[in-house]
Structures are given as C-alpha cells and as structure tokens.
Design a protein around this ligand. Structure first.
Ligand code: SAH
Length: 372
C-alpha cells in the first residue's frame, strides 16, 4: 500500500532537487543551501526559526513542504544503554528508532559509542520466523524523508541533552539499517536516504560508519556494491546450511546460500572491508556445533566478522535462547577456527528493543483499546 502525503517533507529533498523547485518558483537557487543548513546543521523545527530567509520565501516553503513527517509518541529509556523512540507517521503508522550506547572499556558513559538503528519499512514482508517485525505483516515502504527524519529526531534529542554548539556534525557514531523492514527491498528509498545522510550539505555522515543489514537479497547486494557509497554490509545469516536457514528464513528458498554467498563475496571484494554475518542463536534450531563449523567456513571464505546474538524472546513466538554454556560452546568453535566474532548479550532486551517489538506491543494495545 503506497502512501501519498499531502505535502512532501523537506527531509526527502536533495540539494539539487530543492534548488530546482526553488528556482522554478522564481526564488534564488542559493536559498536551497541555506535551507539545508537550517535543517541539518542548526536542526530547527519551524519555518519561523529560519531567520535569514525572506518572509515570502518562508511562506512558499510552508505552502509546499512540511518539516517533520514523523512525530515522537514514546521515548523510552529503561537503562543507560538503550533508548527507543516510537514514531508516528502521517498515516498513523508506527515505526521504531533505537539509540544504543555501547560503553567503551576504560572510558565513562559519556564517551560511549552511540549507534542509531533506523527502520526502512512499516512492518516487513520477509516473514523470518523469529522476528517481531514480520509478525504483523508488511504495510508500506517508508519514504526517504521518513528515514532521514528518524535520525534528526535522535540528533535533536541528543543536542538538547549535551549542550553542544549546534553547528556540528551528528552526535552519534554509527547508523545501522537494522530496525523494521528489509532495506534492500526498499532500494530507491535506501539510496536516496544514504545520499542525504552522506552529503556535505546534509548530515555529512561518513558512509563507512553506516551499516546496511539484509536478510540476503542477492541481486540488490550486487547492485549496492556498484553505487559508489562505501557502506558496510551485514548479512542476517542465522543458518549455515540451506536446510537450517530455509526453516527459519523463507527468503532462503529464493536466494539460497549458493546464490547469496557469492554476491556477498563480490560486495566484500568491491569495497575491501570486512562483512558482518549476524547469527541469532535459537535453541535446537541453529545452535549445534555442526552449524558452528559450517559458519566458520563461510566466515573465513567471506572474510567476515560473526556477530552472535542470543535470541530475544518475542511475545507470541515459541523460540528460546540457548543456555549460556551452549552459547559459549558455539562461539568456541568459531574462535578455534580463528574467526573474528562477538557475542551480544542483553542489549535492549528489557525495553523490547529487538526490531519490531515495541511497535507490535503498541499496535496490540491500540487494538485492545479500540475493541473496548
Ligand atoms: N531485514 C534486515 C534488517 C532488519 S532485522 C535483516 O534481516 O537484516 C535486524 C536484525 O535483528 C537482523 O539480524 C535480525 O535477524 C535481528 N532480529 C530479528 N528478530 C530478532 C530477535 N527476536 N532476537 C534477536 N535478533 C533479532
């Protein structure tokens, strides 16, 4: 279901597209750069705040655009590590944006690395069996403005907390497309949003600090490799053989490992950077030592780092995370095979931070309120 807003948001424009429209309306083209500075450097949230712009131009902007296409409805922080925003879109759909602070050894909380996890679709069509985002099905693709504005919400709330001088770069270190949805199936939005995020006139955020995570759309992986934006790629593998992977990720039937892995390899060779393989550990499904062996082979072949994630329980799903001992045995096999790997423990579990969970809960609450 496509959604057509009454007016486009400025956060979906590139400098060129805005300049074209400004000139077509009879205003000076250099105003486009001034507008972008107000959006991305000074990060204002009203037309009136754009004080160096003539009044008639400001009212033209207001007649033709909106600023934010997203409204923050829940801002949830249960610990020092994870902060979750639930955003409402113009059509009342809900999406999630998460800020994760990873404390660094030897430094205080203030200097922790901050990663923003953004959503790219409302719901998801890929139906991975363990994931909350797919449970409610797919509603629609996000537009570039709805992606960029998620980051701007985070920037603005961080600005307010840190008293930094405004005219600065974004106050977080990494962006990951690991929220709701499949980035490579909303490809046009992904590329447009990446260009805005990366551009000097935009968020001016380095491509190398952006990770795109995919359930494995092989053709789009090859396409992304040629876009000239050197983002990092993460593959949600979750199964090291077709048999296991197909059981939990239907997408594997379309792009089985013999198709997916060469595409991943081509991406790695094009950019020369390490890939990441995400591997959720689910008890009795993919946590055997045989799977660990197979995973080691794949990781070595792809020159990839493996990120093991003990499964986060989702209401309504029966899967369990393996015992710590079993998790450790799995990781041991990888380490013995000299595979670079990490195991992520408990980030955001308490506030439903695994993708799709907060939205799912809120939608359920809304439904039960509507029934009453
Ligand atoms: N569609 C993309 C990005 C969204 S998912 C992808 O599949 O990569 C982001 C990550 O969260 C994926 O690695 C996904 O497998 C993981 N994830 C989903 N549900 C989870 C759960 N219940 N516990 C832990 N990780 C989960």
């Amino acid at each position: 279901m496509a959604f057509t807003p009454q007016k486009p948001s400025l956060f979906g424009e590139t400098l060129e597209s805005l300049q074209e429209q400004i000139e077509a309306a009879g205003f000076k083209g250099f105003r486009a750069k001034q507008v972008m500075d107000w959006l991305y450097k000074k990060r204002v949230d009203s037309w009136d705040a754009m004080s160096n712009l003539p009044k008639d131009f400001r009212s033209w902007l207001g007649d033709n655009f909106i600023l934010y296409p997203t409204d923050s409805v829940i801002d949830k922080r249960s610990d020092d590590i994870t902060q979750k925003l639930l955003l409402e879109l113009e059509d009342k759909s809900l999406i999630e944006t998460v800020l994760i602070r990873a404390p660094q050894e030897g430094v205080g909380q203030k200097d922790s690395r901050k990663t923003v996890c953004v959503s790219i679709q409302v719901g998801c069509a890929y139906s991975c069996k363990f994931c909350a985002s797919g449970l409610a099905g797919f509603r629609r693709n996000l537009m570039a403005a709805e992606v960029v504005s998620q980051l701007m919400h985070i920037c603005r709330r961080e600005d307010a907390h840190t008293n930094r001088a405004r005219e600065e770069i974004a106050s977080f270190d990494n962006i990951v497309f690991m929220g709701m949805g499949e980035p490579l199936s909303n490809y046009k939005t992904l590329i447009r949003a990446l260009r805005i995020i990366n551009a000097q006139w935009g968020l001016n955020f380095g491509a190398r600090r952006i990770t795109v995570s995919t359930s494995g759309l092989a053709p789009q992986i090859l396409k992304l490799a040629e876009e000239g934006i050197a983002v990092r790629l993460a593959i949600s593998l979750h199964g090291a053989t077709n048999e296991v992977r197909s059981q939990i990720m239907p997408v594997n039937k379309r792009y089985p490992l013999e198709t997916l892995l060469p595409a991943a390899k081509a991406f790695q060779q094009r950019h020369g950077r390490m890939l990441t393989l995400e591997f959720i550990l689910i008890e009795g499904i993919n946590d055997s030592l045989d799977q660990a062996e197979e995973l080691s082979k794949i990781a070595r072949e792809l020159h990839a780092h493996v990120n093991c994630i003990p499964y986060n329980t989702v209401e309504g799903l029966d899967w369990k995370r393996p015992s710590i001992r079993r998790q450790d045995a799995f990781v041991d096999v990888l380490r013995k095979a000299k595979v670079s790997c990490t195991i992520r423990r408990e980030k955001g579990h308490a506030i439903n931070a695994a993708c799709g969970q907060l939205r799912l809960k809120t939608e359920k609450d809304r439904e039960s309120t509507a029934v009453r």
